[in-house]
Design a protein around this ligand. Structure first.
Ligand SMILES: Cc1cc2nc3c(=O)[nH]c(=O)nc-3n(C[C@H](O)[C@H](O)[C@H](O)COP(=O)(O)OP(=O)(O)OC[C@H]3O[C@@H](n4cnc5c(N)ncnc54)[C@H](O)[C@@H]3O)c2cc1C
Length: 583
């Protein structure tokens, strides 16, 4: 076992982690631990844009942006956090520009902006141009720019290090975070990192679903690690389904395509969103568009041999616009479906995309251990965190914004905190849990295979916990997940070696997926209302009397016998009282 000592450890080198590292690295001795090489993080797959009310191409302001975020999130958003995000958005974009990010430009040379779902002028009057973008490779540009700046500031990276546990030291005032334990992929060695502060920026868990826009590695490790320590997860039942995944594959076509004028059509060519959202039509928030598409298909108006998708029509945009503003998705469609968007309509269907919930934090990024108290030294930002700016449904382009605004805040807060404290002693034998996890997995000889269990998990989640849910489907999902957890106890891997043992790591990741799926489903069963991305057919109305509150899920007990205790946290409401959500 190897030992390291830093002031601040950041877990994850996506947008949130690297934005945090740039701040922390200039203030305190910082290391970034990442299971992927930094520029392979999922932020690099983000396409359409990052929003800020720059008002470069038309009138706009941060107050409208705040309102849209709150309404888009179906009023489950903590409004103080949303206001901070919308205000700080402007500097967040300008900071990236100064770091060298090549945004698309207007003819006068300003950062260009385009429309995106749910972003409106004057509280819902019409769609507004708020998304800054670099063609449909905005995330790629952000990730490269942040990485270059980390290199410039001499930030230390431990690449292909899988963090599998954190160290919490008990004190008179409750637990304090004192470090993290990681497995080095290349050698199989275990490393203990002692730190004054640990920032989780480990991304989402889209791999609980089969049809997803998420990369193979998005297995929710950070959320799972925190949950296993008895800390809460917030609003996990709210999972976003992005309307335009390539049908049957789930590969994403950015909402920027509709921002540039793309139209959704059913089998008879009807622009059906006119019926569901008469004012902003195809640019309604994602939860509404995904439900509208599912409804069209259910009611027999789907296209294709099985009538199981709808069309995204970009043919009227012309080759020039597609080339200049949407080149990647044009190519995805050609490569994966053999369809040329210049001349043909593209088959699309909703795909699992984004976790609104996650590790609950304050606006400083400090992680909560219950509704009132934080865990000193523990921070989280980005998709693994829930601050909560997205509430029950995230607006497109608000995540690239979230990772920059709250990544920066968490990096500053962690480093400033580290300056004020000494290292607290690590708990005794800090690596024990990871050592036994690894040796248990390497010696197990049960007959279950990782790929089988993962496949069955994803299938039941797609069938039973997707765009539409009922008590019955959710209970089926819960039953299946619990049965799979039992089988997981008998999982065995084939590679028993130490070096580059991805078999081992996939088995460990599956453990996180199973636990997070259970939290998602339990929260969804318990939330007997429809709000944002959580649509219950048996409770179709939003119920502000009983459910205008965040879910807080805690692990209760150990190992297989553990169950989930659900609690609640009030929503912070400042300016906007909940209203009917029409578009
Ligand atoms: C295809 C696609 C397109 C998108 N387009 C947009 C868009 O246009 N606009 C927008 O706002 N949002 C978009 N999103 C959402 C947005 O990109 C993500 O929510 C955001 O980038 C997440 O950033 P992050 O830094 O939190 O996590 P990620 O970028 O996912 O990074 C996670 C990091 O954590 C590390 N990690 C994970 N587990 C461990 C572990 N156990 N040990 C060590 N390291 C670990 C990984 O190595 C990685 O570096 C898109 C998402 C997808 C999937």
């Amino acid at each position: 076992m190897q030992f390291h000592k830093y002031d601040v450890i950041i877990v994850g080198a996506g947008g949130a982690g690297m934005r945090a590292a740039i701040e922390s690295g200039q203030r305190a001795r910082t290391a970034v631990l990442t299971k992927l090489y930094p520029t392979r993080s999922h932020t690099g797959a983000a396409q359409g844009g990052m929003c800020a009310a720059l008002a470069n191409v038309e009138e706009d302001n941060w107050e409208w942006h705040t309102f849209d975020t709150v309404k888009g999130g179906d009023y489950l958003v903590d409004q103080d956090a949303a206001e901070i995000m919308a205000k700080e958005a402007i500097d967040a974009v300008l900071d990236l520009e100064k770091m060298g990010l090549p945004f698309n430009r207007t003819p006068e040379g300003k950062i260009d902006q385009r429309r995106f779902g749910g972003h409106t002028r004057n509280h819902g009057e019409a769609a507004v141009r708020r998304a800054c973008y670099a063609a449909d490779r905005t995330g790629h540009m952000i990730l490269q720019t942040l990485y270059q700046n980390c290199v410039k500031h001499g930030i230390e990276f431990f690449n292909e290090y899988y963090v599998l546990d954190i160290c919490l030291t008990e004190t008179d005032n409750g637990p304090v975070c004192t470090g993290a334990v990681a497995l080095e992929l290349a050698t199989g060695e275990i490393h203990v990192f002692q730190a004054k502060a640990v920032v989780f920026a480990s991304g989402g868990f889209g791999k609980v679903f089969k049809t997803t826009s998420n990369a193979h590695t998005l297995t929710g490790d950070g959320m799972g690690i925190v949950f296993r320590k008895g800390l809460p997860l917030e609003d996990m039942e709210f999972y976003q389904f992005h309307p335009t995944g390539l049908a049957g594959l789930g590969i994403l076509l950015t909402e920027g395509a509709r921002g540039e004028g793309g139209i959704l059509r059913n089998s008879s060519g009807e622009r059906f969103m006119e019926r569901y959202a008469p004012t902003i039509k195809d640019l309604a928030p994602r939860d509404m568009v995904a439900r509208a598409m599912a409804t069209e298909v259910r009611e027999g108006r789907g296209a294709g041999p099985h009538k199981d998708y709808v069309y995204l029509d970009l043919t009227h945009l012309g080759a020039e616009v597609l080339d200049a503003k949407l080149p990647d998705i044009t190519e995805f469609s050609r490569t994966y479906l053999g369809i040329d968007p210049v001349t043909e309509q593209v088959p699309v269907y909703p795909t699992a995309h984004y976790a609104m919930g996650g590790i609950p934090t304050k606006i400083s990024g400090e992680v909560l251990r219950d509704n009132d108290n934080v865990v000193p030294g523990l921070y989280a930002a980005g998709e693994c965190a829930c601050v909560s700016v997205h509430g029950a449904n995230r607006l497109g382009t608000n995540s690239l914004l979230d990772i920059n605004v709250f990544g920066r805040r968490a990096g500053i807060a962690a480093a400033e905190y580290a300056k004020t404290v000494e290292h607290t002693e690590l708990p005794d034998n800090p690596a024990t849990l990871v050592e036994s996890m690894v040796s248990g997995m390497l010696t197990a000889d049960g007959g279950e295979r990782v790929a089988d269990i993962r496949g069955e998990l994803q299938t039941t989640m797609d069938l039973n916990a997707s765009v539409y849910r009922t008590e019955e489907t959710l209970k089926q999902a819960l039953h299946d997940v619990q049965a799979l957890k039992e089988r997981y106890a008998r999982v065995a891997i084939q590679d028993k070696g130490k070096r580059f043992n991805t078999d081992l790591l996939e088995a460990i990741e599956l453990g996180f997926l199973l636990e997070l799926a259970e939290v998602l489903v339990q929260g969804a069963i318990n939330r007997k209302e429809s709000r944002g991305g959580h649509a219950r057919e048996d409770y179709q109305q939003r119920d502000d009397v009983n459910f205008l509150r965040h879910t807080m899920a805690y692990k209760h007990g150990e190992g297989l016998a553990a169950d989930i205790r659900l609690d609640y946290k009030p929503v912070t409401i400042t300016r906007y009282q909940p209203m009917e959500r029409k578009y």
